[in-house]
Ligand binder design. Structure first.
Ligand code: H79
Length: 448
C-alpha cells in the first residue's frame, strides 16, 4: 500500500472515532466538564477523607440465595439468573416473593456507622434489572412487582441523613430484564429507561455522594456514551462523584483506566488490592466478606476481622478507599458474621480512626511489620507484627521528630526515639496494644 493510502486509512479511522454513534443525542457533549484542579479537589474532598465505605448488594437474588431447583449454583449469588439460565418470567417469581419483613434502614445504617463507615453504596438496580425504589418508568420494581411496597432507597436516604452517612447509588448499565437493553434497540433502553431512572435516583433522594456504575462491558456501551452519561449525571448533580465504570476505561478487574481521557473520577479494583496503589489517582477497592456479593445461604467462607482490618490499612496506605460489601438476606438482615466483623472493625476504628480518615498514601513504602499512613506533620506506623526486638526502624529522613506515642495510649506516654543514619529508631512498649494492628504516631517537622 502507498503512503498516501495509509494516510487516508488513518484519517478515516480518526474520523470514525470522533463521529457520533448513531442514535446518540445530537447535542451530546463528549467533552468532560471543564474543572480546575482546585475545583476537582473540593469535589473529591469528602470521599478522599472518608476512606471506608459499605457496599450493599440486595435484590430478588436474595430469595434463591444461591440455590435453584434444589441445586446449589456456583458463582456469585447476584448472578444466579445468568449462571443458572433462569428465564425472565421465572425470575419474576422471586420478585413477587420479595417481602423483607425485617428490613430496618436505621439498623443497617447503625451497623455501618458503628463500623466507622462514612458512605453507603447500594444496588439501586443490579444486572437482573430489579429496582429497589419506586421507579416511574418501570414495573420491575419494589413497589409495583413485589409485595413489600416500601421504597427502600427512600428509607435508607432518611436513615443516612440522620447519621451523617453519605448515600450513594450503584446502577447496572447491563440489564437482563429490559427487552431493549441488548442489541439494536439499546438506544431506546438508554434514552427512555436508563437515563430517566438515573434522573429519578439523582433528584428524589436528596444529596447523593457517588453514582457507581457497573455492567459497562457490554458491547452496546461505548466510551462516547460513557462521557455523555458522565456529563448527564454531573449536569443533574454538579458535585457528585462518578466511578470509572461509567465509560470503557476500566482495565478488567484491576479496575484502573487504560490511559488518560476516559470518563469517571476514580478507579475500581474489584476483589483485589493493587500492589503499590496508583500514585496521584483516586481509586477504591471493592471487596466481599465471603465469596459472593448477593446473599448465598451456604457461603460461610468469611474473611476474618483481622484480614479485613489489614486490608483497610493496606488500601489506605496506598492512597485508596475500601468499599466493603454486605449481602443482606431476603428477610432484610445483614448476615450475623458480617455484623460481627463490622463490629470488630468499628472497635479498632474507634481507637485508631485518626490514622485512617483523611490520611494519604505513604512514601515510606511497606514495612514487613505493617504499613504507614500520613497526615501533614504526622506519620502513622500501623504495626501488624509486633517486633521481637522491641524497636521499629522508620525511614523518616530530613525530619526533626518532636514526639512519638501509641495512638491507643490515652496518657500519651512518649516513646524513646533515636536518630539513625536512615531515619529514626522507635522503642516500643513490650506488648502490642492491639493484636491486629497497633498504631504508632510519629510527629515531626521537615528540615530544610
Ligand atoms: O456487583 C458485583 C458483581 O456482581 C459485579 N461487580 C461487582 C461489584 C460483577 N460483575 N461481573 N463480575 C463481577 C465478574 C465478571 C467479570 C467480567 Fe469482565 C465481565 C469478565 C468479562 C466481562 C470485567 C470486565 C472483567 C473483564 C471485563
Amino acid at each position: 500500500m502507498t503512503r498516501k493510502g495509509i494516510f487516508v486509512i488513518v484519517l478515516a479511522v480518526i474520523a470514525a472515532q470522533t463521529m457520533p454513534v448513531p442514535g446518540e443525542d445530537a447535542c451530546s457533549l463528549n467533552e468532560l466538564p471543564a474543572e480546575t484542579k482546585h475545583q476537582r479537589d473540593a469535589r473529591m474532598r469528602w470521599w478522599r477523607d472518608a476512606r471506608f465505605g459499605m457496599f450493599i448488594h440486595w435484590g430478588a437474588y436474595a430469595i434463591p440465595a444461591g440455590t435453584y431447583k434444589g441445586k446449589r449454583i456456583d458463582g456469585l449469588g447476584e448472578w444466579i439468573m445468568d449462571t443458572a439460565k433462569i428465564p425472565i418470567d421465572e425470575y419474576e417469581t422471586f420478585v413477587t416473593q420479595f417481602n423483607p419483613a425485617r428490613f430496618d434502614a436505621n439498623e443497617w445504617v447503625r451497623v455501618a456507622a458503628n463500623a466507622g463507615i462514612k458512605y453507603i453504596v447500594i444496588t439501586s438496580k443490579h444486572h437482573d434489572g430489579f429496582c429497589l425504589w419506586d421507579s416511574k418508568v418501570s414495573d420491575h420494581d419494589i413497589m409495583d412487582a413485589a409485595p413489600f411496597r416500601r421504597d427502600v432507597l427512600k428509607e435508607l436516604a432518611a436513615a443516612c441523613r440522620k447519621k451523617g452517612i453519605k448515600l450513594c447509588f450503584y446502577y447496572s448499565i447491563m440489564d437482563w430484564h429490559h427487552p431493549d437493553a441488548r442489541g439494536e434497540n439499546f438506544p431506546k433502553y438508554r434514552d427512555y429507561y436508563m437515563k430517566p431512572q438515573i434522573k429519578e435516583l439523582l433528584t428524589s433522594y436528596g444529596d447523593i455522594g457517588v453514582m457507581w456504575f457497573d455492567g459497562e462491558w457490554i458491547k452496546e456501551w461505548t466510551e462516547p456514551q460513557g462521557k455523555e452519561l458522565f456529563n448527564y449525571v454531573r449536569g443533574l448533580r454538579p458535585t457528585i462523584i462518578v466511578n470509572n465504570r461509567v465509560g470503557k476505561g476500566r482495565k478488567g478487574m484491576e479496575g484502573m483506566n487504560k490511559a488518560e481521557g476516559y470518563a469517571g473520577d476514580f478507579g475500581t479494583p474489584e476483589q483485589q488490592i493493587p500492589p503499590t496503589g496508583f500514585p496521584g489517582l483516586d481509586w477504591e477497592s471493592c471487596m466481599t466478606m465471603n465469596d459472593t456479593w448477593g446473599y448465598k445461604s451456604y457461603d460461610n467462607n468469611w474473611k476474618s476481622s483481622e484480614t479485613l482490618i489489614h486490608n483497610l490499612i493496606d488500601i489506605v496506605s496506598k492512597g485508596g478507599n475500601f468499599l466493603l460489601n454486605v449481602g443482606p438476606t431476603a428477610e432484610g438482615l445483614i448476615p450475623g458474621p458480617s455484623v460481627e466483623c463490622l463490629t470488630a472493625m468499628g472497635e479498632w476504628m474507634k481507637v485508631n480512626g485518626e490514622a485512617i480518615y483523611a490520611t494519604t498514601a505513604s512514601e515510606h513504602g511497606q514495612g514487613e511489620w505493617g504499613r504507614f499512613t500520613e497526615k501533614p506533620g504526622k506519620t502513622f506506623a500501623h504495626v501488624f507484627n509486633w517486633p521481637k526486638t522491641g524497636t521499629l526502624a522508620v525511614p523518616l529522613k530530613d525530619t526533626q521528630v518532636s514526639r512519638a506515642y501509641m495512638l491507643a495510649d490515652k496518657t500519651r506516654n512518649l516513646l524513646r526515639v533515636d536518630k539513625t543514619q536512615d531515619g529514626v529508631l522507635l522503642y516500643l512498649p513490650e506488648t502490642a496494644p492491639d493484636a491486629i494492628a497497633s498504631v504508632v504516631v510519629i510527629e515531626y517537622r521537615k528540615q530544610r
